[in-house]
Design a protein around this ligand. Structure first.
Ligand code: 5AD
Ligand code: SF4
Length: 448
């Protein structure tokens, strides 16, 4: 397809966090509104949007190699290359460089500017190459189409950006300053998602628990107030939220975990390190003890809560003693699941130029030891669930005939067979007994 033809089909490929998944869905909705249709799996698309992530290593290299592969695949059999748009956080951070280095890219669009994709597309189909990396986000949401499609589990971005400036992190630079979307818009979007079939909504934000807004009575509320209001919508069965910062874990939000039945017993609360010295160097503004005290209060409100976190190993200056503090914290918490990463210097962040960067070998070794510990805890958590009866939200078919997959309240993957006279359907919430536990999933039996 020559570039000056209007594209008929699109593909959005999202990398990285759940907010990118949300943004990818919104870009797809925008393109659909312009009359484009999603390319079928395996088919070439006329327009490819690479919705990129810049949080860790090799992000930029990956984008260039993806672009190269897309062009090669499309042109190998005499076809023409698709229109390529680079979106997301790499676009924000490296837009000019991408335009200079990759002639195949016709559009570069930042995470706060993608509502302008339709206009950019018009310009690109007239032969122009366009970049839009404007901030901030407030105009974006209002300009997006209404939600019309949703699976049983849906994401809803309530807050974007970050003012915390952890010294390793690019988010404050790529996503911009913290903004909370207005309450009324969120209630409206939640209703639309539920009408479209969502049974569970995960509220998203880089600092989701910093969300604040004004309710219909003009009162200022926090995330707990929003959760309570959403919980009153009858067809919404489950609510989750991610990612939280320890400093914004308010009393009200902790209490909601004990009081709001639809709020699932799961909390993702990154700590990053167990060493107070490293936490200070990371500018985390909490220490290991204050973090553990928050978890104690959450557990007092909701004793069965499943805890999750993020860790970075090999932050500049991290000694073996600092790392031992991280392992102690992991054992003290007993996480249900976690994400763990090797520190990756991000251009423009303060930590990238700190002394005492840690060697790759040391990082590999620490990451392995940390992951061994985390896996041990994850398996123990899953094993402790055995014999429990719980609700499972059915999300999709399994790999085997008659097998189904869903999630427990504690966000564990559960697989089970259609039996006991029950024919599951996607979106059902079934009573299931957990009968077998592995490190990454559990087997369940429908209880009728
Ligand atoms: N290097 C490694 N991990 C990082 N994260 C954020 N920035 C970096 C970095 N420069 C991790 C943190 C954060 C998660 C989303 O990604 O653990 O919580
Ligand atoms: Fe990045 Fe820290 Fe903000 Fe999380 S709180 S997005 S790690 S700067």
């Amino acid at each position: 397809m020559p570039h000056t033809d209007t594209p008929q089909t699109y593909r959005v490929k999202s990398f990285g966090c759940q907010m990118n998944v949300y943004d990818g869905e919104r870009m797809a909705e925008l393109l659909a509104e312009q009359g484009l249709t999603a390319a079928a799996d395996g088919d070439a698309a006329d327009l490819v949007v690479l919705n990129t992530c810049h949080i860790r290593e090799k992000a930029v290299e990956k984008v260039y190699s993806d672009i190269g592969r897309i062009v090669k695949d499309a042109t190998e059999e005499g076809g023409s290359a698709p229109l390529i748009a680079v979106a997301g956080c790499v676009a924000q951070a490296e837009g000019e460089e991408i335009m200079a280095r990759a002639p195949a890219v016709k559009m570069v669009v930042g995470p706060q500017a993608y509502h302008r994709l339709p206009d950019m597309l018009k310009a690109a189909t007239s032969g122009a190459r366009v970049t839009d990396t404007d901030m901030p986000a407030d105009a974006k949401f209002a300009a997006l189409p209404k939600r019309r499609r949703a699976g049983p589990t849906a994401f809803l971005t309530v807050q974007e950006g970050c003012d915390k400036f952890c010294t390793y992190c690019v988010v404050p630079y790529t996503r911009g300053a913290e903004i909370s979307r207005p309450h009324a818009d969120l209630i409206e979007e939640a209703h639309r998602l539920i009408e479209a079939g969502a049974r569970e909504i995960t509220l998203l934000g880089q600092n989701v628990n910093a969300w604040t807004g004004e309710n219909a009575k003009g009162q200022t509320i926090g995330l707990d107030g929003l959760i309570r209001e959403l919980a009153a919508i009858p067809d919404l069965r489950r609510i989750r939220y991610t990612t939280s910062h320890p400093n914004d874990m308010t009393e009200g939000l902790i209490a909601a975990h004990g009081e709001v039945e639809k709020l699932m017993p799961f909390l993702h609360l990154p700590v990053q390190s167990g060493s107070n010295r490293i936490l200070r160097a990371m500018n985390r503004s909490h220490d290991a003890d204050s973090y553990l005290r928050i978890l104690e209060r959450v557990r007092a409100a909701r004793p069965d809560i499943a805890l999750s976190g993020d860790f970075i190993v090999g932050f500049p200056g991290e000694t073996e003693a600092d790392f031992a503090d991280t392992l102690s914290l992991v054992d003290a918490v007993g996480y249900a699941q976690c994400f763990s990463f090797k520190y990756s210097p991000r251009p423009g962040t303060p930590a990238a130029t700190m002394d005492d960067q840690i060697s790759a070998e040391v990082m590999d070794d620490r990451l392995k030891r940390l992951q061994d510990a985390l896996n041990r805890h994850q398996l123990a958590f899953n094993q402790a669930s055995l014999g429990r009866a719980c609700d499972v939200l059915v999300e999709r078919h399994g790999r085997h005939e008659g097998q189904w997959l869903g999630k427990s309240p504690w966000l564990q993957s559960v697989h089970f067979m259609a039996e006991n006279g029950v024919t599951p359907a996607i979106g059902d919430i079934l009573r299931v007994e957990l009968v077998q536990a592995g490190p990454n999933s559990l087997a369940g039996r429908i209880l009728g």
